[in-house]
Design a protein around this ligand. Structure first.
Ligand SMILES: Cc1cc2nc3c(=O)[nH]c(=O)nc-3n(C[C@H](O)[C@H](O)[C@H](O)COP(=O)(O)O)c2cc1C
Length: 335
């Protein structure tokens, strides 16, 4: 799959997720086969006001490339200027956010509010695409609400504006993240434009990914929550695309090693205090479905240092191994 002049190693992208897709997590996903990573949403205004924390969000590691930085805003001139900053800072692709549903954003006419304002969306995208040499992409929703499903119309305008690829989350703004994503809308967008289309929404397994490709005809898959705590989904999907199926059961050791490594990457990137705080959430996601997850999630939420984290993970490894061995023995006896 190709976006402008950028060739992806695989037609599978990590969806932008605020609070999750920072540099460490993107590197992990890339290592496990993801073809394109996208940053958390970055405020165009924050860049123009030279906010230090906003600038930190532009950092890209060599090993995660190609990487897209996602911008949000609603002022065409500001977004064009912010796009130039992002380009100069070394991003490979600039993505524009037209999907964020939260009132703080929508009430400023940003994020998914732009689904209700196609003319302004066109102007923003045209100015952004004109102002930089790197590809500009856009991520949209199905529409504002079920009475206003206009993703195909917006996609056509985006293409006309010079956008190089489009990601469609098959939910309306009114749905937030609830209910089911409507993959039929993704299919309609694919039938409407010539630029590559990423299908997004409810891909939780490799089988879902294959079904999305088949049912919508989309060019690439974009995965959000399915990768949260499970970056191995990328390996599984790449394997499935190459014809081998079967779920990859992540061994306990591999999972725990990943939590520890993720923690240390976060520490190097953001310092210990923030790393431990943010890792509480990530670790909870990595432990989903594991033995005694609820108890250990509660204890993880009380940790304050990397050392405490390491000690608790070691304790968890011992307890979980005992639990799994007992379960194995019980099952063997039952056989
Ligand atoms: C915690 C969280 C944060 C998100 N942040 C962003 C964001 O910054 N930009 C964006 O375009 N979408 C964002 N999204 C939406 C996802 O990119 C994706 O469109 C949505 O979760 C549906 O895909 P999924 O079913 O694969 O999760 C976010 C979703 C979640 C759950």
């Amino acid at each position: 799959m190709q976006i402008g002049n950028i060739r992806l190693s695989a037609p599978v992208a990590l969806a932008p997720m605020a609070g999750i897709t920072d540099m460490p997590f993107r590197i992990i996903c890339k290592e496990l086969g993801c073809g394109l990573v996208v940053s958390e949403m970055v405020s165009a205004k924050g860049l123009l006001y030279k906010n230090v924390k906003t600038f930190d969000m532009l950092r890209i590691a060599q090993e995660e490339r190609p990487a897209a930085i996602q911008l949000f805003g609603s002022n065409p001139m500001e977004l064009a200027r912010a796009a130039k900053i992002v380009e100069a800072d070394g991003a490979d692709i600039i993505d524009f956010n037209m999907g964020c549903p939260v009132p703080k954003i929508v009430n400023n006419g940003e994020g998914s509010a732009l689904m209700k304002n196609p003319q302004l969306a066109y102007e923003i995208l045209a100015r952004m695409a004109d102002s930089v040499k790197i590809p500009v992409t856009v991520k949209i929703r199905a529409g504002w609400d079920e009475k206003n499903i206009n993703a195909p119309e917006i996609a056509l305008l985006a293409e006309k504006a010079g956008v190089a690829a489009i990601a469609v989350h098959g939910r309306t703004r009114e749905q937030y993240y609830n209910g089911k994503a409507d993959w039929n809308v993704i299919k309609k967008v694919k039938e409407t434009v010539k630029i590559p289309v990423f299908g997004n929404g409810d891909i939780l397994t490799a089988a879902d990914g294959l079904r999305m490709l088949k049912e919508t005809g989309c060019d690439g898959l974009m995965i959000g929550r399915g990768a949260d705590g499970n970056p191995w989904i990328f390996t599984e999907i790449i394997n499935a695309l190459n014809g081998s199926c079967g779920k990859y059961e992540v061994p306990l050791d591999v999972r725990l090693h990943m939590i520890e490594r993720h923690l240390h990457m976060l520490k190097d990137f953001k310092g210990e205090v923030i790393a431990v705080k943010e890792m509480r959430r990530h670790a909870g996601a990595y432990l989903k479905g594991m033995p005694m997850a609820a108890e250990y999630r509660r204890r993880i939420n009380e940790l304050n240092t990397c050392e405490e984290f390491g000690a608790l993970l070691r304790e968890y490894r011992n307890e979980a191994e005992k639990f799994l061995a007992a379960k194995h023995n019980f099952c063997s006896e039952a056989d």
